[in-house]
Design a protein around this ligand. Sequence first.
Ligand SMILES: *[C@@H]1O[C@H](CO)[C@@H](O)[C@H](O)[C@H]1NC(C)=O
Ligand SMILES: *[C@@H]1O[C@H](CO)[C@@H](O)[C@H](O)[C@H]1NC(C)=O
Ligand SMILES: *[C@@H]1O[C@H](CO)[C@@H](O)[C@H](O)[C@H]1NC(C)=O
Ligand SMILES: *[C@@H]1O[C@H](CO)[C@@H](O)[C@H](O)[C@H]1NC(C)=O
Ligand SMILES: *[C@@H]1O[C@H](CO)[C@@H](O)[C@H](O)[C@H]1NC(C)=O
Length: 495
Amino acid sequence: MASTRFRRIGVALFVVALSTLEAIQWDRGPADKANITACVGGIASIPWSCVKGDGETIVSLAWTFQAPGKEKTRIATSYNGHFYTKDKRFGFLSNAGLSLHDARPQDSGDYSVQLGLLQADSSHVTVGRTVTLSITDKPPATQDGDLHVTLSDVARDDVTHVWTVPLNCGHFVDLGHPPVGVVWTTPSGEEKNSSYVDKGTFVLSVSSSVQGGNYSCHLPPSAPAARCLTATSPLKAAAQLYVDENDVRLTLLEAQLRETKTHQSKHTAQIHELNMTVDLILKGEISNCKGWLAVDPRSGVQLIYNSGQIMAVYCDQVTDNGGWTVFQRRKDASVDFYRGWTHYRNGFGDLEGNFWLGLDKLHSLTTSQKFELRVDMRKWDGTTGHATYSGFYVDDASQNFTLHYDKITGGNAGNCIYSSRGRQFTTKDKDNDRFSVNCALRKHGGWWYDRCSEANLNGVYKTDNSVYHADGVYCNSFAGYTYSLKLSEMKIRPM
Ligand SMILES: *[C@@H]1O[C@H](CO)[C@@H](O)[C@H](O)[C@H]1NC(C)=O
Ligand SMILES: *[C@@H]1O[C@H](CO)[C@@H](O)[C@H](O)[C@H]1NC(C)=O
Ligand SMILES: *[C@@H]1O[C@H](CO)[C@@H](O)[C@H](O)[C@H]1NC(C)=O
Ligand SMILES: *[C@@H]1O[C@H](CO)[C@@H](O)[C@H](O)[C@H]1NC(C)=O
Ligand SMILES: *[C@@H]1O[C@H](CO)[C@@H](O)[C@H](O)[C@H]1NC(C)=O
């Protein structure tokens, strides 16, 4: 008897809950608890919009603001279709949205909207959303104040002889929400939207051998002033791309760059430099990051020409006088390193973040001349360790990328690579180690495992070293098998 009654109540509650859920649907604007940004003096727009259910009426609308550590305060209400606020910087965006003009740093905090809703059955429900707004005092940010067209990861199909050339427009940092796109103009005059990748990089991929010519990228005129853009902000960048079956060249077009005289001469110098560099790259004179030292001694992503291919690499020009071509980096858990053979062969990740350059590239680099290897590591308390080796190289795929070195030459981290010397590379789908089971499956990485390994720098990135594990990013001689490091970088430099 009792159970029947309970069941009935349960059903009734379910119906109420369901109708509450159906009461309102958010169809636009930032998601609940999203983070949005705007810039000082700019416009923050929170275009919340919702769709009511049948027979429902919005009876009240109220917006509140809560600065970090402060009380919640009401900033605006809407009643009978009229919007009331004491601060004229707030505006109403139909039908639950809010805008803020002339943003100030003290406007940072949580903004919420509460909707009181009268349902068809005369019951009331309240629904709401919150976003966290950060007002940044940074001006519009590009890496050095201009948009640039740059090339990355140029690839040529050996069979069709077609080049694929991703052109990047960036780095442009857009503080608005949602982010603006950029528009590309191709040599034929066609306009194309490009995809936003990350950190303000907008990519346009061109392929085939006939698309050489002038490419330019610009922000669409519709990009609102709220983007922290000012009249003097750079809005356009252009480059001339030359592509044929043997060659890819990129030349920045000085005419399209900033107009001020000082900048002009700076850019002319840069264009000249870039021209020369492209020539040097294509002549094979910049075949690793040591070659870049004399031309552009900054650390970062650079193009090199090695064994017949142009490749993008990360250059470390700081550590021990620079000249290092980095082929591995672990700095956070954002990239999964538990991958198969093909991934380790071709490389993966983000050259500015966590990545593995790829075994084929590592082979062609290390066999073009004699290299030293350097392994840099950091613990969570900031302690650093490193080890250097002479005569480092890896064999090609037919030898499963066997690792070689002559001897350890320095460092304070001991030698945790010795068990990898003379060993082939092993991944979860290709067992080349000397253990009865596949070490990649045990250690959750890809490595020159033996039985299994003194180092596991491609293991699982872990932030909690209080738990026992031996599949982390470890180097036994530096921090033990069970300590997963905060940072690992592997790099090579000609000897
Ligand atoms: C917003 O930012 C906070 C603090 O940086 C972070 O903890 C939270 O996960 C972010 N929320 C979303 C939805 O990204
Ligand atoms: C490019 O994006 C704009 C704005 O988002 C849009 O109006 C336009 O139709 C798009 N053009 C193409 C070719 O997709
Ligand atoms: C590319 O742009 C430059 C500078 O504006 C111009 O001189 C040149 O003729 C253009 N080339 C082509 C193929 O349109
Ligand atoms: C860049 O190279 C092109 C082709 O070799 C040449 O025509 C142009 O004058 C060069 N520009 C500068 C600034 O050196
Ligand atoms: C490379 O690995 C494959 C598969 O794991 C194996 O069959 C082959 O014998 C290995 N090559 C050499 C040279 O050991």
